[in-house]
Design a protein around this ligand. Structure first.
Ligand code: CUK
Ligand code: CUA
Length: 663
């Protein structure tokens, strides 16, 4: 459309860092020690042996002996986070909102939150969860009320083309109700939500990057979903005590239709997902391969796994009918991917690569060669070479453990890893409250016995207890090694105190130099788990909706009217600043009323709101957007429907009267 204004001004210049923005970040060492110890006490107090001999050490001297440094001493990066008024950020940070249930868009490097996209939550600004259109996406009960009103988003990933983001879709998971949501990249609105069958605790997601079999399909067509909680099947209360029979399923969802394609039965609890650039492999890290159902029981094994899924073989097995029947009554084909059923590599659909102690996180290196899986309760990261996993599937490796080609000791509580496209990896150390920069090739050499390999390059303190991290264009082949964003789980004393509930703390590191430089920090409302940083020219949004994409749009203002069909009344309404097309509409008490509102304003940023007092109706319509609401007019009287979104000098006058005649 002519309104597709994609003003993409040239990139703001990267000023030389004068260091001013990092003043005041001097920290109190004793409070860091306290935090590190407190995190440990929690684990130790649970009576667990976590295999961390160096736990008594102060966090400044790390388990590998490398000196960490604090930000003000270093100036090696040289990037600026300062974005002057009127200037645009260079990256989109697409961030999960955690148990807020939403997705946020934050500009980087400024850290300015630009918008929130309601997904699994209810949002009274936009009307998400109020309008008929959003309810249809969220799913309703037979009485028309929402099936769920809560959500817990963890992981956001974008669709790929040719090994990098194409900006078409973004996906985010809901861990509470095991749902996968898709966001359209052109209007940044959620357009589909799929509830995964047969699973609980859907956690990791990752889109595939190409098709393993079809050379013409060089973009995302599948989204893989790992489920964390093992449950009985069927989960109907008949077999709750038979914990040996609990299991989890790895799910494949079609990227376009958002329908569930297939599931794979696995051992253990699945956490994160990663996919290979050749489309052949997907993987999830797994803890609790010992199948415990208690806290201690889940941590007894020395090694868990990173499980690899052979996508072509899974889909061939389904084609050949090698499926197990679903005890849950869903018609999704299920393939048996348990370790016991996949002992023969040449026929296996899964490969269980042993990884030390409850691994957390699995991330693909941008050169396409490795997945890195962190130890969590082991101070190591394991480097898995993908060609060796494929070799195992071909019968060429004795033991899947031989696919591990590096396992450096990097620090305490390693969780997630990002890359810079220059051969270096960056891992969050939750217990050390640090980020460690390490070199992948050096880690491989050290594993082969090279004592001189310099694996650890740098460590930097972060504040505090980091979970996820990501680098700019991480996990794409365009990984550019500019910025590293850290999601710290605790902010403690970094911001003005606001009572017992603290924000999370997001810190941005400049990783262009040998040493990492802490450049910026921002409080965030709890709690983003994971995020991706996408360069801004990948995302092309529209500023005005296409009226034709709403089947119920009222295209001409003259078609505004009230239509009655028995006790069902439909109000056809349009808006154009500063007026709605009908100044009043009359219904009878007890009528089922549907109001359809099309915004005829076609000017960028000119939205209107529509609220009805006492009827709990509130939503906005963006330029050329149509939304509708349905309610029972159970209260007689006059109700002023008013515009909630400041749109015009006469915004306050933008009103209509809903007249409800007593029965
Ligand atoms: S999990 Cu949150 S810190 Cu949900 Cu990605 Cu690792
Ligand atoms: Cu329309 Cu305010």
């Amino acid at each position: 459309m002519s309104n597709d204004k994609n003003k993409q001004p040239s990139l703001p210049p990267h000023h030389d860092d004068d260091g001013s923005m990092i003043e005041g970040m001097q920290e109190d060492v004793s409070r860091r020690k306290f935090l590190g110890m407190a995190a440990f006490t929690g684990l130790a107090g649970a009576g667990l042996s976590v295999g961390l001999a160096s736990c008594g050490k102060a966090p400044e001297k790390t388990s590998s002996g490398t000196e960490s440094h604090t930000a003000p001493a270093e100036k090696s990066g040289g990037l600026s986070v300062h974005i002057a008024p009127g200037q645009l950020d260079t990256y989109y940070n697409m961030s999960s909102g955690g148990h807020s249930g939403d997705l946020r868009i934050i500009g980087e490097p400024s850290g300015r939150e630009i918008t929130r996209i309601p997904v699994f939550n209810i949002d009274c600004m936009s009307g998400w969860g109020f309008t008929n259109e959003s309810k249809a996406i969220l799913g309703t009960k037979p009485d028309g009320s929402l099936k769920y009103t809560s959500g817990d988003t963890h992981h956001v990933h974008g669709s790929y083309e040719d090994g990098t983001y194409d900006g078409k879709y973004f996906w985010v998971n809901d861990k509470i109700h095991s749902r996968l949501a898709r966001i359209r990249g052109d209007v940044m609105v959620c357009d589909k939500i799929t509830e995964l069958p047969n699973v609980q605790g859907f956690h990791g997601i990752f889109p595939d990057k190409r098709d393993p079999a079809d050379a013409n399909v060089n973009h995302t067509t599948r989204v893989f979903c790992g489920s964390e909680f093992r449950i009985p099947h069927p989960n109907d209360g008949t077999n709750m005590d038979d914990t040996d029979a609990y299991y989890g399923l790895f799910t494949c969802v079609d990227a376009e239709t958002m329908e569930v394609r297939w599931q794979v039965k696995v051992d253990g609890n699945m956490d994160l997902c990663a996919t290979s650039y050749d489309g052949k492999l997907a993987a999830t890290n797994q803890y609790n391969t010992e199948k415990g159902v208690t806290f201690a029981g889940m941590m007894s094994a020395e090694r868990d796994s990173c499980v690899f899924f052979n996508i072509a073989r899974i889909e061939a097995a389904i084609k050949a009918g090698n499926i197990i029947s679903s005890p849950d009554g869903s018609d999704v084909p299920i393939v048996d991917g348990t370790k016991a059923a996949n002992a023969d590599p040449k026929a296996a659909v899964t490969c269980y690569v042993p990884i030390p102690k409850s691994p957390h996180g699995v991330n693909a290196s941008p050169d396409g060669k490795y997945f890195v899986c962190s130890g969590k309760l082991s101070p190591t990261a394991s480097v898995i070479e993908l060609s060796r996993v494929l070799q195992w599937f071909d019968g060429g490796l004795e033991d899947p453990r031989e696919a591990v080609v590096g396992e450096p000791e990097i620090g305490l509580g390693p969780l997630h890893t990002a890359f810079d496209g220059r051969g270096n990896a960056y891992t969050t150390l939750f217990l050390d409250s640090q980020i460690v920069k390490w070199n992948v090739d050096a880690a491989i050499k050290a594993y082969q016995g090279d004592k001189n390999a310099k694996v650890i390059i740098d460590k930097i303190d972060v504040h505090y207890q980091p979970g996820h991290l990501t680098s700019s264009m991480n996990e794409t082949k365009e990984s550019d090694g500019q910025w590293l964003l850290i999601g710290n789980k605790f902010s403690k004393d970094r911001y003005l105190p606001v009572g017992p509930m603290h924000p999370e703390n997001e810190q941005l590191l400049d990783i262009t130099g040998e040493k990492m430089v802490l450049a910026h920090e921002t409080p965030v409302y709890p709690e983003p788990h994971d995020f991706i940083i996408v360069k801004r020219d990948v995302i092309k949004t529209r500023q005005v909706f296409d009226m034709d994409e709403f089947p119920n749009a009222i295209k001409e203002a003259k078609d505004s009217r009230v239509e009655r069909d028995g006790s069902k009344v439909t109000i056809y309404l349009t808006s154009m600043a500063p007026a709605f097309s009908l100044t009043e509409f009359k219904v009878r008490q007890g009528d089922e009323v549907t109001i359809i509102l099309t915004n005829h304003d076609k000017i960028e940023d000119l939205g209107h709101g529509f609220a009805i007092p006492k009827y709990d109706i509130n939503f906005v319509v963006s330029p050329h957007e149509t939304k509708s609401v349905t309610f029972i007019a159970d209260k007689p009287g006059v109700y002023w429907c008013y515009c909630t979104h400041f749109c015009h000098a006469l915004h306050l006058e933008m009103r209509s009267r809903l007249l409800v005649e007593p029965a």
